[in-house]
Design a protein around this ligand. Structure first.
Ligand code: ADP
Ligand code: MG
Ligand code: MG
Length: 249
């Protein structure tokens, strides 16, 4: 589904990704781990098409399409979605309008008509229920005054409504208490599907007790230095990144 090959990315003149390769197949959940500043967020941002990143070498393909040739909206409509593509507070724009316009843009790109309002509401309410969110969330401005936990739930709610093909979630566990993390993890688990893949960026192993990944990758200094299964995350929890850095060097 997603093939990243020898990706080199520069931000403001500094090379951040230094030859990163990664393959994600349909149905798989991949966890990307690594120390602060390794380039984890850079990778998901480049795949999603955010501004400010210069790809100097390498390629990204998604279902055979050259992702680097696609505009950010085309990527979202193709089903490549980074959580919190709208991370900032958007004063005055109600959550429900954002969800509706994002969903209808996606449908329009597929040649489908707008989802009628009653069906849209039914869909959203079902997903709200999964995330244990109150309907009043929908009427609040996007992320305005949301607590950390509410933002994370809202991020997963967007994913549940938009049903991306590749869902990229960056640090969805940061700042969550254990109960909120379980709700978020349940939401992510309910996204699992044979025709969908999930890329989870996370610092901590704890989240991976609830969302068990098929593959774990360790990103250090712009490259994936080690890949394994869920056991690798436990090993990192026990030993940290140092041993890995040494063996990679
Ligand atoms: P991670 O998510 O693994 O903690 P990031 O991808 O956020 O790491 O950052 C990797 C490196 O790139 C860091 O050294 C960071 O300071 C730098 N970086 C990321 N984004 C920018 C930016 N917009 N401008 C300048 N430097 C950046
Ligand atoms: Mg190279
Ligand atoms: Mg990051």
């Amino acid at each position: 589904m997603l093939e990243v090959n020898d990706l080199h990315v520069t931000v403001e003149g500094t090379e951040i990704l230094k030859g990163l390769s990664l393959t994600i197949n349909e149905g798989e959940v991949h966890a990307l781990m690594g120390p602060n500043g390794a380039g984890k967020s850079t990778l998901s941002a480049v795949i999603a098409g955010k501004d400010g990143y210069e790809v100097t070498q390498g390629s990204i393909t998604f279902k055979g399409q050259d992702v680097l040739e696609m505009e950010i909206e085309e990527r979202a409509q193709a089903g490549l979605l980074l959580g919190f593509q709208y991370p900032v507070e958007i004063p005055g724009v109600k959550n429900i309008y954002l969800l509706k316009s994002a969903l209808n843009a996606q449908r329009a790109a597929r040649g489908e008509s707008e989802l009628p309002a009653p069906e849209f509401m039914k869909l959203v309410k079902e997903k709200l229920g999964y995330m244990k969110m109150d309907a009043s969330f929908l009427q609040r401005a996007v992320n305005e005054g949301f607590s950390g936990g509410e933002k994370k739930r809202n991020e997963i709610l967007q994913m549940l409504v938009l049903q991306p093909k590749l869902a990229m979630l960056d640090e969805i566990d940061s700042g969550l208490d254990i109960d909120a993390m379980k709700v978020v993890a349940d939401g992510v688990n309910s996204l699992r599907a044979e025709d969908r893949a999930i890329l989870l960026v996370t610092h901590y192993q704890r989240l991976l007790d609830y969302i068990v990944p098929d593959k774990v990758h360790v990103l250090i200094d712009g490259r994936i230095v080690k890949s394994g299964d869920a056991a690798l995350a436990k090993e990192l929890e026990a030993n940290g990144y140092e041993g890995i850095e040494e063996s990679a060097a």
